[in-house]
Design a protein around this ligand. Structure first.
Ligand SMILES: *[C@@H]1O[C@H](CO)[C@@H](O)[C@H](O)[C@H]1NC(C)=O
Ligand SMILES: *[C@@H]1O[C@H](CO)[C@@H](O)[C@H](O)[C@H]1NC(C)=O
Ligand SMILES: *[C@@H]1O[C@H](CO)[C@@H](O)[C@H](O)[C@H]1NC(C)=O
Ligand SMILES: *[C@@H]1O[C@H](CO)[C@@H](O)[C@H](O)[C@H]1NC(C)=O
Ligand SMILES: *[C@@H]1O[C@H](CO)[C@@H](O)[C@H](O)[C@H]1NC(C)=O
Ligand SMILES: *[C@@H]1O[C@H](CO)[C@@H](O)[C@H](O)[C@H]1NC(C)=O
Length: 424
């Protein structure tokens, strides 16, 4: 039997009401749950959503996040993190909920009802997912904002967002793993810089991009320019591309897993020719493989080398021949040799029987040297490495020989690196 007409009408009414209600101010006593029916609050334009997002690699767990809702991959631009010295992304199990309580507190709760996160605002009259992508909690009285995602960034900034000294962007570990990654963009009173970090200790290494001065802020303006302002009026671009209008493109800029800060655009209108994707339009630094030259493994892991493809602005990590990745998913963990280390008891003849060299050009690991000979010939260089049980690689250039030890670090392959390399 067909359902009575008035029931259909009622369903339609509920649909219309709930979708229009989503685009308004979020009023007290409203909630979201991971299982729905309300999983997210939308901005009036529908471009952005705030709510629960299943984690790609771990789909029974959710992030509390802001994402681009109209594009198919629902790119996440913000996610809730704990409020401690070293903030960690919060992953809640299915059955969790988010409440804007009747007393004006935003509260994330696990399935047992225990609070796992709360941004600290009390007595808020309402909250709102704005068209800019900023999720805000209004302050008591309603005329100002007490908490907002734009002031608590994760790895991404959006147009009209401004960061002040004390704020930072932290990369995630992988596209699908929101754990803290290995890079940070820190804005401080006297500097703006990109640093690599040790995971999991959080120890900060040297910067690979640095500007000093009295920093006022970092802004992403309506023209798509991302720049740092100083109190004496100087402005320095972090990334800046002449990009299409707001009507034609979505915009974002993200500190990616490989340590590159990339500005991206995504066409709003679907083209019949190609499936839309985020395209990088500007990057910092220009070449991440050249930029990382200090302590730590670099953007690729130990024993690997880094190649930067300047036409696609993409980083590639490669293992030398006879080495392989510890973890194909996490190339930053580096490469392990597929062979036994050389015994230091082997004599010259023994080493000659067991080890050989693979020749590569245009690559170097500038930090792994432990001995240098000059002047010397190429054959002698190779021989000195072969009989030395500490020697993993011999590098030859211009009558100079460098012996390198494991682990090799900051490996960089580029046509500008003029080296002949023998990998034992
Ligand atoms: C949300 O509430 C504020 C303050 O009452 C009001 O100014 C604003 O217009 C409201 N926004 C929407 C989308 O209803
Ligand atoms: C999924 O996330 C939870 C919470 O962080 C974690 O305990 C669990 O190990 C993860 N599972 C997988 C398969 O990654
Ligand atoms: C402002 O300060 C920066 C950093 O010290 C300096 O490089 C720049 O030249 C100064 N600009 C002006 C206009 O004084
Ligand atoms: C930064 O500000 C301090 C205090 O106003 C001033 O003394 C100093 O000269 C400024 N430095 C630069 C590089 O502008
Ligand atoms: C963005 O910044 C640039 C450089 O300061 C300026 O030329 C441009 O007008 C700004 N755009 C907007 C919309 O403010
Ligand atoms: C790569 O980055 C450069 C420098 O920021 C930019 O000019 C170029 O358009 C980018 N190309 C691609 C394909 O992303």
């Amino acid at each position: 039997m067909a359902p009575p007409l008035f029931l259909l009408f009622l369903q339609l009414l509920v649909l219309v009401c709930s979708s229009s209600a989503q685009a308004q101010n979020i009023s007290l006593g409203t909630s979201l749950t991971t299982q729905g029916p309300n999983k997210a609050w939308l901005s009036p334009s529908g471009d952005f959503a705030f709510g629960f997002r299943p984690i790609e690699d771990n789909s029974s767990f959710y992030l509390l996040a802001v994402w681009f809702d109209k594009i198919s991959d629902k790119t996440v631009v913000w996610y809730a993190k704990t409020v401690e010295q070293e903030p960690q992304p919060i992953q809640v199990p299915s059955g969790s909920s988010l409440l804007l309580t009747s007393t004006g507190v935003l509260s994330l709760r696990d399935p047992t009802g225990r609070e796992v996160w709360n941004p600290g605002a009390v007595g808020a009259p309402y909250a709102s997912m704005l068209n800019t992508g900023n999720f805000v909690v209004a302050a008591a009285g309603g005329s100002s904002i007490s908490w907002e995602t734009f002031k608590n960034p994760t790895d991404t900034i959006l147009i009209s967002q401004v960061l002040s000294p004390g704020m930072a962007l932290r990369s995630r570990l992988l596209t699908t793993d929101y754990s803290n990654g290995r890079f940070i963009l820190k804005l401080e009173a006297q500097s703006a810089a990109l640093y690599s970090m040790a995971v999991p200790s959080g120890n900060i290494y040297d910067s690979y991009w640095l500007k000093t001065g009295n920093i006022t802020n970092l802004a992403f303006n309506m023209s798509g320019r991302i720049y740092i302002s100083m109190d004496n009026g100087t402005q320095i671009d972090l990334a800046s591309a002449a990009v299409g209008s707001m009507e034609d493109y979505y915009h974002r800029a993200t500190l990616d897993q490989d340590g590159v800060f990339r500005q991206y655009v995504y066409p709003r209108k679907l083209s019949s020719l190609s499936s839309p994707t985020w395209t990088s339009v500007a990057i910092q630094p220009e070449n991440i493989c050249d930029a990382m030259t200090k302590v730590g493994s670099g953007t690729c892991g130990f024993n690997s080398y880094c190649m930067f493809d300047g036409t696609k602005n993409q980083t590639r990590c490669v293992c030398p021949e006879k080495y392989s990745f510890f973890d194909e998913q996490r190339k930053d963990k580096g490469c392990k040799p597929d062979f036994q280390p050389q015994s230091c008891d082997l004599d010259e003849a023994g080493a000659m029987g067991q080890y050989e060299f693979n020749l590569v050009n245009n690559v170097d690991w500038p930090l792994a040297d432990y001995e240098q000979y000059t002047p010397i010939g190429m054959d002698e260089c190779r021989q000195l490495c072969l009989i030395d049980c500490f020697c993993a690689v011999a590098v030859f250039h211009d009558n100079t020989c460098w012996k390198k030890k494991l682990p090799l670090s900051n490996g960089n392959m580029a046509s500008t690196v003029q080296r002949t390399v023998f990998i034992k």
